[in-house]
Design a protein around this ligand. Structure first.
Ligand SMILES: [Zn+2]
Length: 704
């Protein structure tokens, strides 16, 4: 039976989670970025999708998704578990992880954070209304056509360009620096972070407190949850401050890829209008509301995620996307559509198997080249996704203010997805040229193929034929080839839900006798299938070896924890050899940490009482660890100490070998990229690891 921790890890991708906070760059099979835990200019922070771990080769911090959340949000394991479980949709309540007091404590923390946000909002708002410094901010708001009513309704504010004006105010109200930082309103002076607003830290060095304001010289847009409670802020830079938009960092309340701006104000209107309009910017949403299109929300950040849709589908089945109409926006719109579809019916989304380890990356790429998943969904999804057509180059707020009748007509007559694709996919093509015509057909036939209704499909074939002035019959032939290829098992096998996909594959009557050309196609496809199969087998073999090493390591960790549980006095003999960061298991790592702190407090836990220090999600691990020791013949005295030291040493060695593997991999990446500086750095660290390994090996030799 999978543990709660395993279930969470299976659902939450460490690359995705880290990516919420750190701008990650794909680099071969790993991802790199600037370390959020120490100040650096060149990235030495790496995330490994395959092992679902991260490591900073600069400050030597590392671990899994739990460690990251704990460190980044300043949470205890227990709270990180609660946070990740909620995110993964895994219930920990049934397992009684928290006592009622702890439950109260956690909600008290959230409550206090909400209070903090409310206080900050009032302060920002007062600043905007009264501060002399806010002239520029007020002028900007006026220039965007935002009425003073809207300023009040949306609670807009202003963050002045001072080091710690807000921090000072909030500290004066009795909040701690820790609370300000965890609430995303301040940063500590030592870590500049890398999510923006960097650069002025040195200048602020002379200020007295240990924190400085997160938002400076910005218009503040308070972000509320569906119930209207302030959970975070968005700040737009005044002047040429960078970044232009800065949102609150991830906190226990604020989850960037889930928040829909103005949802609290739009909820009722969405139900009434049976439609939700999704725009990109704060101002777009405010202006839409101001002019009466109150079924409008904005997605914070760039793309629409499944989590956004999850919240909306309770309210309506019609999603209208009013995203940036320019070229870059078209990609975003397309991504939004894919996410929207995904959100509406999760069960039939054909998720490609992780080909290169990283789940999201490959999924997105696969989808870009392979519109089938999306296509099949559209037929099944009980939802209507359409697109607002706005004049090119104009944002929704401009259209609304300049030509409201055009806006409200577009809102009432959004264009269907397929029609949108007809425009979007051919915008860059010259349809008078033969090359352009062929390309248009190549791009649009798969879109047409996704329409299940034959009459509709024929209509779109006619439309395409007219558009590129090509004979309808030849397009029909091509369409059948596309349909046939879609039914090909080679493609189906790529998806993890073959049943779901196959059952909606192809209606009878679409078959036709094979022609010579088809057979050639088949031969090519067979060759590709064979290649794909051997590639997958290689990967499986590699995963198997990895898996075996991993399992082996986890078993030793269980054993060591078991030894320490039985004999708390052993801690002093192993704590010099390994520390909690050397553990591969999330559960064993946390247990080791608790064991050490209990031991250091001098209260040696008895057999029964240790469990009281431990979240119930870890109780199964304790049982397993005890069993692992009890199944061996009992040791005593020096034998026991020797056994514990050996086990700790072995685990340390495994950890060093893993770092060794990671570094070697990064070395080869750097070599390929011709990055001499990184190579030198990695080389140095490899040498350090080899030195440690030699020390360990000789110690092992000495102590037998
Ligand atoms: Zn670091």
């Amino acid at each position: 039976m999978a543990s709660i921790i395993d279930m969470i890890k299976a659902k939450i991708d460490v690359v995705e989670e880290v990516g919420l906070v750190v701008a990650l760059q794909k680099s071969g099979r790993s991802f790199k970025g600037l370390c959020p835990f120490h100040n650096e200019r060149t990235p030495s922070f790496h995330v490994f999708a395959e092992s679902q771990t991260w490591h900073c080769f600069g400050c030597n911090e590392g671990g899994d998704v739990f460690t990251f959340v704990e460190k980044q949000q300043g949470l205890e394991f227990r709270d990180a578990l609660a946070y990740l479980a909620e995110k993964a949709g895994v219930s920990i309540e049934d397992n009684g992880t928290r006592s009622p007091e702890e439950e109260r404590e956690a909600s008290a923390i959230k409550e206090r954070l909400r209070k903090l946000n409310e206080d900050a909002l009032l302060w920002f708002h007062q600043m905007l209304l009264r501060s002399k410094d806010a002239d520029e901010a007020r002028a900007y708001i006026q220039s965007r056509g935002i009425s003073s009513d809207s300023v009040i309704v949306f609670g807009l504010g202003y963050a002045p360009n001072q080091g710690n004006a807000l921090s000072g105010f909030l500290l004066g109200r009795g909040y701690s620096e820790h609370e300000l930082v965890n609430g995303g309103l301040a940063r500590t002076r030592e870590s500049t972070g890398n999510t923006g607003g960097v650069g002025s830290v040195e200048r602020l060095g002379e200020a007295s407190s240990g924190v400085y304001d997160y938002f400076r010289q910005r218009i503040i847009f308070p972000i509320r949850d569906a119930r209207g409670r302030v959970i975070g802020f968005g700040g737009r830079a005044l002047g040429d401050g960078q970044p232009k938009y800065l949102n609150s960092p991830q906190t226990v309340l604020f989850e960037k890829n889930r928040v829909l701006y103005a949802l609290d104000l739009a909820k009722d209107a969405i139900k009434l209008a049976k439609q939700v309009i999704i725009v990109e910017g704060y101002v777009d949403a405010i202006i839409a509301h101001q002019y009466g299109t109150r079924q409008t929300v904005a997605c914070i950040g760039s793309a629409i995620t499944e989590k956004h849709i999850q919240q909306l589908k309770k309210l309506t089945k019609q999603v209208t996307l009013a995203l940036d109409p320019d070229a870059a926006g078209a990609t975003a719109t397309e991504q939004g559509i894919q996410e929207a579809l995904k959100g509406f019916d999760r069960s039939i989304v054909p998720v490609p198997l992780a080909a290169d380890g990283h789940r999201t990356g490959t999924r997105k790429e696969a989808k870009r080249n392979e519109p089938r998943g999306m296509i099949r969904l559209e037929e099944q999804v009980d939802a209507e996704i359409n697109v607002l057509q706005l004049p090119p180059g104009q944002d929704p707020d401009e259209v609304i203010r300049q030509d409201f009748s055009l806006w409200s007509y577009s809102v009432a007559h959004p264009i269907a997805l397929v029609d949108y694709y007809f425009v979007a996919k051919t915008a860059s093509l010259d349809l008078r040229q033969p090359g352009g015509k062929t390309e248009a057909a190549r791009r649009l036939l798969p879109v047409i193929a996704m329409i299940s209704d034959r009459v509709k499909r024929d209509a779109y074939i006619r439309k395409l034929a007219a558009m590129i002035t090509v004979d309808e019959r030849s397009l029909h032939d091509e369409l059948h080839r596309v349909l046939r290829r879609q039914a090909n098992p080679a493609v189906t096998a790529m998806f993890s839900d073959p049943g779901g996909l196959r059952s909606i594959q192809r209606a009878p009557g679409q078959q036709r006798p094979l022609t010579k050309e088809d057979r050639q196609d088949d031969e090519i496809e067979l060759a590709e299938q064979a290649k794909e199969k051997s590639r997958r087998e290689d990967q499986e073999q590699r995963n198997y070896v990895l898996d075996r090493n991993w399992q082996n390591r986890l078993q030793w960790e269980d054993y060591l924890i078991g030894l320490l549980l039985q004999n708390p006095g052993l801690s002093q003999y192993v704590c010099g050899i390994i520390n909690d960061g050397d553990f591969a298991g999330t559960d064993t790592r946390e247990l080791y940490r608790i064991l050490n702190s209990v031991y250091q407090r001098g209260s040696s836990p008895l057999h029964q009482s240790f469990e009281q220090y431990v979240p119930s999600a870890l109780l199964a691990t304790i049982a397993r660890a005890r069993e692992s020791v009890e199944s061996k013949s009992p040791l005593s005295g020096t034998g026991l100490i020797k056994d514990a030291r050996q086990c700790a040493t072995r685990l340390k060695r495994m950890q060093l070998l893993q770092s060794n593997t990671e570094l070697r991999y990064l070395m080869s990446e750097a070599k390929e990229a011709g990055d001499a500086e990184s190579m030198r750095q990695y080389q140095e660290q490899l040498l350090a690891i080899h030195r440690q390994l030699r020390t360990i090996d000789s110690a092992m030799h000495l102590h037998g």
